[in-house]
Design a protein around this ligand. Structure first.
Ligand code: GLV
Ligand code: MN
Ligand code: MN
Length: 412
């Protein structure tokens, strides 16, 4: 099979999708279920329909664009990623797996290939945790990792629940119906930028993911006492932000002391109330994002953070309430999917590294119900989740080609 990726078209589609943004170019901000995100989704659906794919959407907004196989009763093969983007993001995270997956399907169609199993291009809803504080809601529901009840407990900053927001965006079915039966997919492959520097440093074309690190996150509410910045003397203060500052450093220290480079922890949100120059902060809401390739080590670091919170609370006479939002197990990628990716790389003489995904992806959850693999493309300086995120068109083209051949193999 000699496949050709239309790199120019793929690149121009990546540029077009980046124009659906609530920030000035080149920055992309596309928070799930905002008017901008809904317009971007409609544009992607129109591209899929133009390719002759049959599109359906489920109750949480996952999009399935199906290329029907010769045997429509056989389990399908899936590919895809997400198009929602965090504030101040770039053009490639998630999007490469969606538009690259679409181009892989079109390349197979142009070649006259006919899959035996149907091939689904998925656009997972709400992969980024920006809006609801939890990532991968779409794939968590698809895989049954979250029940409908658990998913609807999450609210956005305005206090609107997942259920309210998704219904207003036009998704009114039952969340309980989102879950896919085991065996629905015989294989799933996600193309994604690496979001780290290793491929570029090793001057290697592609990465085949061996395993995906285990993410966990906490929301922490700190309550102290407010008051006048001039009137309340230092010995009498219960400053919630000072407690948060100590806790943030304790989080950093807990991750650094784990003894492994694979342990990473981040406090990315810290909301201070009332947020006035001359008022002592009385409340802080902060988040902790913690990841590791080893579950036991990650859980040990989580315990250390909880102990630090208790200690700081007692010492500073403030209340610190941690709420565990998620603590997921890691995933191993499936040998048959890794094998198909490696075979295609070898055929074309593309060098590849077998690597860990330290970022989480919808593949982490799809791996609970289907043999799953991931293919990484290098990104400049390893930059991601920032406006200067960049992947070269040739690298994206190589990724789409290997993806296409792997989909052909897995769907035959
Ligand atoms: C996904 O966006 C992640 O934060 O790993
Ligand atoms: Mn991301
Ligand atoms: Mn992503």
């Amino acid at each position: 099979m000699k496949l050709e990726i239309d790199q120019r078209r793929l690149n121009s589609e990546l540029e077009t999708l980046a124009t659906f943004s609530d920030a000035e170019p080149p920055t992309v901000t596309r928070i799930v279920f905002t008017p901008t995100d809904l317009k971007a989704r409609a544009w992607v659906i129109s591209r899929c329909e133009e390719a002759g794919l049959a599109v359906r959407q489920d109750a949480i907004g996952n999009i399935f664009a199906r290329w029907n196989g010769a045997d429509p009763t056989a389990p399908a093969v899936g590919t895809g990623s997400h198009i929602d983007a965090i504030p101040n993001a770039g053009k490639y995270d998630g999007v490469v797996g969606v538009l690259g997956g679409l181009e892989a399907i079109r390349a197979l169609q142009r070649n006259g290939f006919r899959p035996k199993s149907s091939i689904d291009l998925l656009v997972f809803a709400t992969e980024e945790p920006t809006r609801f504080g939890i990532g991968c809601l779409g794939s968590r529901l698809l895989s049954g990792t979250f029940s409908a009840e658990t998913a609807t407990k999450f609210k956005d900053r305005d206090g609107e629940s997942v259920d309210e927001v998704r219904k207003r965006a036009g998704f009114s079915g039952k969340l309980g119906d989102v879950k896919l039966p085991k065996g629905y997919y015989k294989a799933f492959v996600e193309l994604h930028i690496e979001q780290g520097p290793l491929l570029e440093q090793a001057k290697t074309s592609l990465g085949i993911v061996k395993n995906i690190a285990a993410p966990a996150s906490l929301r922490i509410a700190i309550e102290g006492a407010g008051g006048h910045a001039g009137g309340v003397l230092m010995p009498n203060r219960k400053d919630a932000l000072c407690a948060a500052a100590e806790l943030i450093l304790a989080v950093e220290n807990a991750a650094r002391s784990s003894g492994a480079v694979d342990t990473v922890a981040t406090v990315g949100v810290c909301d201070v109330f009332p947020g006035a120059v001359n008022s002592i902060p009385s409340r802080v809401k902060m988040t902790v994002d913690l990841r590791d390739t080893e579950l036991a080590r990650r859980d040990g670091v989580m315990k250390a953070i909880e102990r630090a919170a208790q200690h700081i609370s007692a010492k500073r006479h403030v209340s610190i309430q941690p709420e565990l939002l998620n603590a997921d197990a890691p995933a191993d990628c499936a040998p048959e999917v890794r094998g198909a990716l490696a075979e295609s790389c070898r055929k074309h003489g593309f060098s590849f590294l077998e690597m860990v995904s330290r970022a989480y992806h919808d593949s982490l959850f799809i791996s609970r119900i289907a043999p799953t693999g991931m293919l990484f493309i290098p990104c400049r300086n390893g930059y991601s989740h920032r406006p200067d995120e960049y992947a070269a068109p040739e690298d994206i083209g190589r990724g789409a080609l290997v993806l296409a051949e792997s989909l052909a193999k897995l769907s035959s």
